[in-house]
Design a protein around this ligand. Structure first.
Ligand SMILES: [Zn+2]
Length: 96
């Protein structure tokens, strides 16, 4: 996956949620981590969230977390309603 032309590595991580997060965005290493135990829709919503976090970081938008959550929720609702999936991106994920 590339975000604004920058390659990002997507990793599925078991037990990530034990740290309190279903997903993590690491701006320094260009990685997005997702809890591997989520169902499909939760994984997709979390991926959307972390992509938004990456855009916020790369473009220095200064969005607050609540704003990112709101955009995630709105965008996910449109995609779910129209049965649009991010499976091609989710399939790229490395398991670790
Ligand atoms: Zn967040």
């Amino acid at each position: 996956m590339k975000i604004l032309g920058i390659p990002y590595i997507l990793k599925l991580v078991p037990h990530l949620s034990e740290s309190g997060n279903l997903g993590e965005h690491h701006g320094a290493t260009h990685e997005i981590l997702l809890e591997s135990g989520m169902d499909h829709d939760a994984a997709m919503a979390t991926l959307i969230h972390e992509i938004l976090e990456a855009i916020n970081h790369l473009l220095e938008l200064g969005l607050e977390h609540g704003t990112i959550v709101a955009i995630e929720t709105g965008l996910a609702s449109v995609l779910f309603e129209s049965h649009v999936s991010l499976d091609p991106i989710l399939k790229e994920a490395e398991k670790r």
